[in-house]
Design a protein around this ligand. Sequence first.
Ligand code: GLC
Length: 629
Amino acid sequence: MSHIWRCVHFLVYCCLMLSSVGVQGSGYPKYKDPKQPLNVRIKDLLSRMTLAEKIGQMSQIERSVATPDVITNYFIGSVLSGGGSVPAPKATVQQWVSMVTEMQKAALATRLGIPMIYGIDAVHGHNNVYKATIFPHNIGLGATRDPELARKIGAAVALEVRATGIPYIFAPCIAVCRDPRWGRCYESFSEDPKVVQMMTKIIPGFQGEAPPSSKGKPFVVGTRNVAACAKHYVGDGGTYMGINENNTIIDFRGLLRIHMPPYYNAIIESVSTVMISYSSWNGVKMHANHFLVTDYLKNKLKFKGFVISDWQGLDRITSPPGSNYHLSVKLGVLAGIDMIMIPYNYTDLIGNLTSLVHDNTIPMSRIDDAVSRILRVKFTMGLFENPFPDPSLAGELGKQEHRDLAREAVRKSLVLLKNGKYKEKPVLPLPKKCGKILVAGSHADNLGYQCGGWTITWQGQGGNDNVTVGTTILEGIKSTVDGSAQVVYSEEPSSDFVQKGGFSYAIVVVGEPPYAETQGDNLNLTIPAPGPSVIETVCSKVKCIVVLISGRPLVIEPYINKIDAFVAAWLPGTEGKGVADVLFGDYSFTGKLSRTWFKSIHQVPMNLGDPHYDPLFPFGFGLETQPSY
Ligand code: GLC
């Protein structure tokens, strides 16, 4: 390099160093001063940032590629755990905290020392993490119609997430699922936007209650709360035939009436981020929808947090996905996406976005809007002042108090759909002094099944031993009945076994295996084998109570007349004793259907208010019982 070039290079370096240490006619850089007004901090920091640092802030990468060097050298603003992505199998709190701490040190080692924000899916508890409390999935919480319970759950989940050093979660899903064939219907609180709106109280649970002056703007109370993410904007639950990531065909009035209302509440509740849906609206990919993302969400609804893509959401703008990444980046960022959940090919994202800015395809004003929003969230949640995990929270993971709350949620989520073949002879609550009873079915003693998808791994687990820590439904029954009772468990009993067993009654627990996203799309919604045959075998011989473990209504009509009592338990999570609490009358049944229960699959989709509404059990239905004490 010539002498002159060396001098120029040195002068530029000096200017950059001087600007970064705030020798701009002031002392300590304003952005580092928590006493400065928020907008002053944002403006000051933005003015110091290079394009590379700005684009780094917009980049979210998966933990498996997030080495300290990558974080520092590419100015990475965020890291995530994809579903099931953990520092080690059954990783301890300490292992999580060490991982996050190492990444944060790398982020703070950059020129401007902007902390990174670590995000994870805590959609029904801190579900990636071994020993975390797993709460009922949203379909069950919707059946509780209890916003205060939702808020308490949010607060408990926030503590368990913070115990592992993580300050940001991709929850709640506020989808309005309109077709139970959708593999993510259990992530939706209800088919009714009003019920979903009611349950957005989980957001101030996650984030803490924003003060009146901050209502409607991103806000996280402190280091015992987490930034939340309302997802997936918008219309994810309305796709054609419930096909995941497909097309939501509905006019704008319909979109505003059914799918948009929960976002009004989420913004009022100061949600910090919004995640974009993979789906399309009338053929336009949401990840490329400038009208709905910028004109409506940001400008009309005045959302001031940051908008994040879904996992490879930009890639899926084109078909096949990733076939024209340059175009994907252009359309996604111009639509209004602020942070890109890349998650792996960060050099492609950074390279394409840099060239799009250099050739003025993407104006710097768009980049500055994105970075300002990201910084706003990081400043308001105190990440600059408290970038590291708080070791005093380690004991929050799986705390008994949280498990008790989850058990309460299980109780309130159960929906009693049939209670005896004759109204005057109810079957439930069951007597605890019950002699010899049979418990049957694949889901009676299977912690993985009762938790469902998004548990330990993305798709969820089967099996009981070692999946995580919790109580199966069978274990709950055994610990509830009177000491004189004899509980016999047989997963798939023979007709002879049932006939000759001398059982006073049987509890049959069957349902769906765990699934997540597209893997859960299902066009026939039958109870998987051998569920139906176990129902037939047992219920034809003894009085039977069927408990269905599922992420949605399933075909039950062919068997309902053979069943004496029928309970929808949805996906209850780790605290299976909550089922026995209600079956045996320590608590009443209070749950109400958050979804319509069809007679036949040929009726689907069928939602409250539709013409020809002729369900087996209508939206809002649920029998009640009195406690037996
Ligand atoms: C998934 C889901 C989204 C989740 C994200 C990160 O594909 O669509 O709900 O938050 O990726 O795991």
